[in-house]
Write a protein that binds this ligand. Sequence first.
Ligand SMILES: C[S@@+](CC[C@H](N)C(=O)[O-])C[C@H]1O[C@@H](n2cnc3c(N)ncnc32)[C@H](O)[C@@H]1O
Length: 236
Amino acid sequence: MQHLRSDLITDYDRLADTWWDPRGPLAPLGWIARARAEYVPAAEREGARLLDLACGGGLAGPHLAGKGYRLTGVDLSQLSLAEAGRHGYPDLARADLTQLPFTDGSFDVVTAGQCLEHVPDPYAAVAEACRVLRPGGTLIVDTIADTRLARLVAITLAENLPLPGRPEPGTHDHRLFVNRARLVRTARANGVELRLLGLRPHFREGLAYLAGRRDRVRMVQVKPTGVLFLGVGRKR
Ligand SMILES: C[S@@+](CC[C@H](N)C(=O)[O-])C[C@H]1O[C@@H](n2cnc3c(N)ncnc32)[C@H](O)[C@@H]1O
């Protein structure tokens, strides 16, 4: 069993005022949050609720606005939660995503973006996400695969090349990267059949971003799921 880096949450508290910096170390999370939001269906009923696990600074907030949900954000970083509160999340809870303070079936949509690769037991986190999802509700997760290629791309290159939007060195621990088959099995055992797809930055927009000619980059859907991938499914 791998253990949570003890200073991980302190790091997100320290970085909390950079969540919305388009060229800061958390910038690519905003691109992914926008892509994730595209898989969130419009709310099917009055009073529908969406739970954003490890919501960080609430980067998904603007992209979820208008879909008809009341947003709840959960995170362990208090300063990040405060930021999410300023970006469309009226309900906030400081909690561990593997032990959620909600009853079964409380939410119409649960999202877990770029957080499973930071916890010692991502499969327990997925089971917990399924528990708080109502039957018929949608689960969306995106994370990093446990492959050598992902280690090369997400750590060796992304954390070390001196480029804008670079995550801080040490952000990721490849031993926590997520096994796709086990993730799918866990979700299935908890009532959700996940469909996986790969995501990567739009190449031309990425180059324009690096050249300082644009402030954000669209993510595009790809077949290979061996680096950054997203899973989406409905609960039986
Ligand atoms: C890479 S950020 C992703 C934030 C957000 N989901 C996004 O995509 O913009 C990881 C977040 O996970 C949070 N986090 C890490 N471990 C957690 C845990 N066990 N429970 C709740 N939040 C956690 C961190 O505080 C941080 O805000």
